[in-house]
Design a protein around this ligand. Sequence first.
Ligand code: GYE
Length: 376
Amino acid sequence: MKVLWKRYMRAVMILLSVCFLVFSACATKTALDDIDRYGVGGKKFSDNVTPADQAFALLPQQLLKVGFVQVGHESDWRIAATKSCKEVFSEENGYELYFVDADNNPKVQVEAVRNFIREEVDYIVIDPILTTGWTAVLKEAYHAHIPVIILDRTIDCKERYYTAWFGSDFVREGELAGQWLQNYLNMSERGTETIHIVTINGTQGASAQLGRTEGFARYLERNSNWKLLAQECGDFTESGGRMVMEKYLNMYPDIDVVICQNDNEALGACAAMDEAGISYGTDGDIIVISFDATRAGLKAVLEGKIHADFECNPLSPPYAAEAIRRLEADEELAKKHYYLPEDCFTADETPMVLMVDFESKKMVTVTETLLEEREY
Ligand code: GYE
């Protein structure tokens, strides 16, 4: 209702201004003479453009207020997502952006959303830290008639309380990693050997952590020779990855595989192995698997430090902007949930073809050119 009222008031204001400008145009004739056949900034109007159209073009554009609450700045992936958000929701593009970096604190996220509601923003965009804790505040946004768009991680909340979600299939990412490892071990004739695995998990309770763990666990179940020694949280950070790996290296002398739930954790784990003098990577003893496929991660793939990297696309803000554009034009969104396109990477020159849920996916070979052209 409030949204409709705001739109109604905006339309009335625009109509009044147009009437005023058209009236002045007719009265003085000179005001619009210069733009008779040319719009603002020299843009040519077509011959049948009316004075009202020309007057409309002169009106200041009203900015759409968008409140965006980000997880934090824990990883390269996150920094790429924030950059994309700021580029997309710029003043130039017609937005007034209220941006909050929650520094990985779920309470700050909920408070930020409450402030957005108080500020009466037009849209709220949330990249949630955790799946839980959203229902109450999203109900408030719903009753204030502010559409909410969720990006990246998912939330546990009734679907009616948000308009759309754009992100990744985290379970599938975990499954792809599991299948890659299974094929790789078979190809290296280690398919029946006992394989000792450690994992460095992302932030506990984030859907990216839950999904990747669940997907990989399906392959742990299928391969009874795989032994999961430990899984601890590295919080999606480089320092977290390094700390957990240092601990693992002290506790387990026989690690075969380390699964890092993002590139920054993987880079931290590599640093810990370098320091301990442990060999890893394509020419070493420990197999390293990672997620995200940021430029830093793919560089480590090219250097042979990381064996396989499973992409997670951070560029969801343009999708949120497109959703907002459609909502502003009173168009329906075709779906509630949208998955972003993603690839899997190795340095192999003859890349493996993975098959999950009857869908095949050819892995992409990382090259110098690919790195140079990578957006994030
Ligand atoms: O993998 C990690 C980031 O939610 C998918 O969060 C995202 C994860 C991503 O910090 O690097």
